[in-house]
Design a binder for this molecule. Structure first.
Ligand code: ZN
Length: 269
């Protein structure tokens, strides 16, 4: 028995998480228990599900997030591996509801899998998105090898330096990651400072935020789209590295070519 039984729309969302988790593992972006996925599933929760009893005590989020009142989330479990989540999303993640005090949550399904230790920062981002009226419902943190490697150079940590290089490698990256790559300097993983800096970068109008020498944090309407944005960015990094390995600095598309693309596709930047 699963809460996903007879809820095909909800199951489809959770299946997307499992599919993306498998891609993260296959790409080598999710070693050990690395990475996190949190999805706001509130719109797929029906009245019957709302009456289900919790399977945990109320637990503190660690902060009060007023826009999350009545919200439901799927989140990866603490210490769980993406490669295991890909096979069994409900055994390696859990569905939680936010209690009316907006400061506690309880686990509703399917097993008492404790959510990721990153839950407070992921939920803070979701609270920010809802407060802004954003249609984004998914947040993804992962460790894309080539993008992380870029952040080991001061040059690419300069604001929008990496964005322009990555956009110029192939037109699709410009088109499908149209807000570019925000940069956040190194901060302690899981820290309040890192969560706040991430929200500031999203507020500056980036969907994908790079954490120096660590990984990316991406938001989008669903987890598949968040993954796609990271995937096109990392593809560009691979093209750059391939050209460098061939012994030359890649030319990149010209500013005029990128402007033409932006106008043709009605891109935001
Ligand atoms: Zn990480």
């Amino acid at each position: 028995m699963s809460v996903l039984d007879n809820r095909p729309a909800l199951k489809a969302e959770i299946d997307k998480v499992a599919e993306v988790a498998g891609y993260l593992w296959m790409k080598g972006w999710a070693e050990r228990n690395g990475g996190n996925i949190t999805v706001n599933i509130t719109e797929w929760v029906d009245d019957g599900m709302k009456t289900l009893p919790s399977i945990s005590e109320p637990r503190p989020i660690g902060k009060t997030l007023p826009s999350l009142k009545g919200c439901w989330f799927y989140c990866k479990g603490t210490g769980k591996r993406m490669r295991d989540l890909a096979r069994d999303p409900m055994g390696n993640g859990s569905i939680i509801r936010i209690l009316d005090d907006c400061g506690h949550y309880e686990i509703v399904a399917d097993q008492p899998v404790a959510p990721t230790s990153e839950l407070p920062s992921h939920l803070a981002v979701h609270d920010y998105l809802l407060t802004k009226g954003s249609p984004y419902r998914a947040s993804l943190h992962t460790h894309p090898i080539e993008l992380v490697a870029l952040t080991h150079s001061r040059k690419w940590m300069e604001k929008d330096a990496a964005t322009h290089m990555l956009w110029s490698m192939i037109p699709e990256t410009r088109a499908f990651c149209p807000r570019g790559l925000g940069m956040v300097p190194y901060m302690l993983p899981s820290s309040v400072e890192l969560a706040e800096a991430t929200i500031r970068a999203i507020d500056e109008d980036y969907d994908v935020v790079m954490w120096e020498k660590h990984g990316v944090f991406a938001v989008d309407t669903d987890v598949m789209n968040a993954f796609d944005q990271v995937d096109v960015l990392n593809k560009s990094a691979l093209i750059y590295i391939t050209a460098r390995n061939m012994g030359f600095e890649p030319e990149g598309m010209t500013d005029a070519q990128m402007k033409e693309l932006s106008d043709a596709f009605g891109l935001p930047k």
